[in-house]
Design a protein around this ligand. Structure first.
Ligand SMILES: *[C@@H]1O[C@H](CO)[C@@H](O)[C@H](O)[C@H]1NC(C)=O
Ligand SMILES: *[C@@H]1O[C@H](CO)[C@@H](O)[C@H](O)[C@H]1NC(C)=O
Length: 424
């Protein structure tokens, strides 16, 4: 009798486990791999691709991340494609055979009014240090530098109008477990003091760095081994969240992106890309490492492996951009001229979200729009970052193997429901 009860209990427990954890986890694979994806954007964006022009396609290659501040687009791009293909930790490329050559990636600036391209020089950056950029932040410009001895965060200061950046500091979080930094959000200075950003959040995408098996397990089993770290000079690196499946893009707000209600103040979004989930958190400036200083608000589920996140300058949209057929990404990386890698880019409205975000206490899910769903990589392959501007009717997108940054018209026809938005 006892054995029978134990058996029933065991069966019940496994059934519950299967129903609540294993099944949803397994069912997510075909979604994330794009097996049943409808390869079409929303109708109002159907002709977007035809409006795109490539900005500086001969100079700008593989700009993995860019950020628009006012009229200026800052982009971190590849200098040497052959070395990037051998050495890029986020893709698990860890070939040390580059020899003595240092890796020098490039930080560019594009004036979006005149399209003038400027390569920002880094005169005081130590010459013997690898510079393999990944993510420009704000006006301190923070970038992940995938040095071959360790991936670190670099702090540069940029003065508006200048053609160079000054190197301020290097932060190495390896001791604290920040092995694979991916993307950075620099906390904007609070309005009371005008000092430049002196705290930031950085995502850590994998737990393993050089273990091939570890990487494979993390990716294929979608292990929750990613995390988010906080850094300030008094605290050093402190992990504030763990258990994310490949924590990748992170984005938060600057004061100029907030409306008068400030409901979105001190909020950051983090993409756990191997679950297709974006999580919203609220932080307390200066106290993110303390108890209650970094609090989860809620998850938002999507149906693709996103990469970087970006918030439009008007603060009304969160853009998510990434990979529609991630199983082909590695293949494309090896043979970019033979195999395509689908580009996918959505945006989620930040003005009509549920209880946490709504201005008037609205409940429910937010509107999500599919802007690019491009299986053949016609606009470009392996998109990683995009952002739009409704006022200018512009949209920019780039990715791992894009040539140039694509500048497109966001709407080619009147967006549905625009008429009702007048009163805002
Ligand atoms: C980065 O450098 C700037 C100087 O431009 C400094 O004000 C800021 O505090 C530095 N960031 C950190 C995290 O210390
Ligand atoms: C994307 O990749 C495919 C396959 O290599 C290629 O045919 C296509 O031209 C690429 N797209 C762009 C915009 O270069």
């Amino acid at each position: 009798m006892e054995r029978f009860t134990a058996k029933v209990a065991f069966t019940a427990a496994t059934t519950v486990l299967a129903a609540y954890f294993i099944l949803p986890w397994a069912l997510k694979y075909p979604i994330l791999l794009g097996k049943n994806r409808v390869w079409e954007p929303d109708p109002q964006f159907a002709n977007l691709r035809e409006t795109c022009i490539a900005l500086h396609p001969s100079q700008l290659r593989g700009c993995e991340k860019f950020k628009i501040v006012g009229d200026i687009l800052f982009a971190a791009c590849i200098s040497n494609w052959e070395s990037r293909r051998k050495w890029f930790p986020p893709m698990g490329k860890l070939d040390m055979s580059l020899g003595e050559d240092v890796i020098r990636d490039s930080l560019y600036m594009v004036d979006l009014k005149t399209q003038k391209l400027t390569l920002l020089s880094m005169p005081d950056f130590p010459k013997h240090v690898d510079f393999c950029v990944h993510a420009p932040g704000d006006f301190s410009i923070y970038m992940v530098n995938h040095r071959r001895d360790a991936s670190v965060v670099e702090n540069f200061s940029y003065k508006s109008g200048s053609e160079e950046v000054s190197h301020m500091a290097t932060y190495n979080g390896v001791q604290q477990g920040l092995i694979n930094p991916n993307d950075i959000f620099a906390v904007p200075p609070s309005s009371s003091d005008s000092s430049p950003q002196s705290e930031f959040f950085v995502t850590n995408d994998h737990y393993f760095r050089s273990s091939k098996l570890g990487r494979i397990l993390e990716n294929y089993l979608r292990l929750p081994t990613g995390s988010v770290y906080y850094y300030s000079n008094p605290t050093g690196f402190r992990r504030v969240v763990r258990g994310l499946s490949n924590a990748n893009g992170i984005a938060g707000f600057n004061p100029r992106q907030l409306d008068s209600t400030h409901v979105l103040a001190n909020m950051v979004f983090v993409a756990s890309i191997l679950e297709g989930i974006v999580t919203a958190y609220r932080y307390v400036p200066g106290k993110a490492a303390e108890k209650g200083g970094f609090v989860k608000l809620r998850d938002f589920a999507f149906d693709f492996v996103m990469d970087n996140l970006a918030i439009s300058q008007d603060g009304r949209w969160l853009y998510l951009t990434g990979h529609g057929e991630p199983a082909k990404l590695d293949w494309h990386w090896r043979s970019p001229n033979e195999v395509s890698s689908a580009s996918v880019s959505y945006r989620m409205s930040l003005t009509e979200l549920g209880a946490y975000f709504g201005k008037r206490g609205e409940m429910g899910e937010s509107r999500v729009e599919k802007i690019v769903v491009d299986r053949m990589g016609l606009i470009g392959n392996a998109s990683t970052t995009a952002v739009g501007d409704d006022m200018l009717n512009k949209y920019w997108i780039s990715g791992l193997t894009f040539r140039g940054i694509m500048e497109c018209s966001l709407y080619t026809s009147i967006p549905h429901g625009e008429e009702e938005e007048e009163s805002d």
